[in-house]
Design a protein around this ligand. Sequence first.
Ligand SMILES: *[C@@H]1O[C@H](CO)[C@@H](O)[C@H](O)[C@H]1NC(C)=O
Ligand SMILES: *[C@@H]1O[C@H](CO)[C@@H](O)[C@H](O)[C@H]1NC(C)=O
Length: 373
Amino acid sequence: MQLTVFTTIFHIFIFIQSCQAILSTNAKSNVALYWGQGAGQQRLSYFCAQSAVDVIPIGFVDVFPAQGNGFPGTNFGNQCWGTPYVYAGPGNDSALNQLQSECPDLVVDIPVCQSTYSKKIILSLGGSSQTYQLSGASNGVAFADFLWGAFGPRNATWVADGLPRPFDGPDGQAVEVDGFDFDIEIPSPDTQVGYIAMASRLRTLFETASKPYLLTGAPQCVVPDANMGALIKAVAFDIIWVQFYDTPQCSARSWITANPNHVDGTTEVTSGFSYHSWTTFLEGSASTAAKLYIGVLGAPDANNYYLTTSEISSLIDVYYCDARFAGVMIWEATAAENNAAGPYQSAVKNHLLHQVSNIKQLKGFNEINVFPN
Ligand SMILES: *[C@@H]1O[C@H](CO)[C@@H](O)[C@H](O)[C@H]1NC(C)=O
Ligand SMILES: *[C@@H]1O[C@H](CO)[C@@H](O)[C@H](O)[C@H]1NC(C)=O
């Protein structure tokens, strides 16, 4: 009995020690929920109203200017009208126009998400469709300028020039996103030179805005990521939410397989799960200040990458105290919402908050939200 009490106190002591240096600055209980590609998905505001959710990357901008008649192309599932409701690009091949111009619910919902529910809406670029490509620094800078003009702060010159503002209200109400997300899953022909120029340009443009903008990235779990490694190394990202579910050897599943029924405070069995490789990689990069989220699937899949709520909870327990850990990213909203075990995002949020309250009790720390209004 006495030994048990001593051991417990010892474990709590270790736990406090490992969290101590880092808990005063940023929230660790964030949930990022991808939205835009769910079958028969609920509108964006439905998810923004949920207290389980903090930040929503909406996707995708899945066609880039070279493939889209000079403008990028967008796809937000059932939330935008398809062709012919697209802007005419400056090129001469109108069949390639894919920038959707009619997203009536999204136009209403983005400002509601931001002002009513204090959620951050991030425009996600890329995705798994094989429809985009960027090459060359000058094309990267031009693409960044376009995204800024179209989805950043409303610019009277841009509007007067007749250039697109897909999310502005019907009477010209300004609607701007809170940042841009790179989910590049196709090798670039120029070893990411175009993406590096593009992301650097976005960072420069962020400086001119009246509110904080976020640059986020969703690499695969292999370190360095083949399609985004050089980019993350060269340009300062604010958040990296790694997809720990597409690649078996470094997946979250590989950690669970190595650590079934893991009890927090006991020794972790080494696995291929690459969280710590990511922290090492980020330390030596321009993204050295980036926060790290563990990216998981919202519902069971054919490849068994999905973690049950008890599995994700045991993983969170072990990584929660890492200095970079800032939350969980979930792909994607509709699957998570319809999870037969109940909305996955709520279960994950509850566990993250449970960890916060554990540590608050132990240390009396105050969590400061990482997403200021
Ligand atoms: C568009 O212009 C390019 C270069 O001027 C030309 O090669 C191409 O055939 C034109 N395409 C169409 C659809 O007119
Ligand atoms: C507004 O748009 C114009 C035309 O595209 C551009 O030259 C200018 O730099 C933009 N201004 C700002 C503040 O972004």
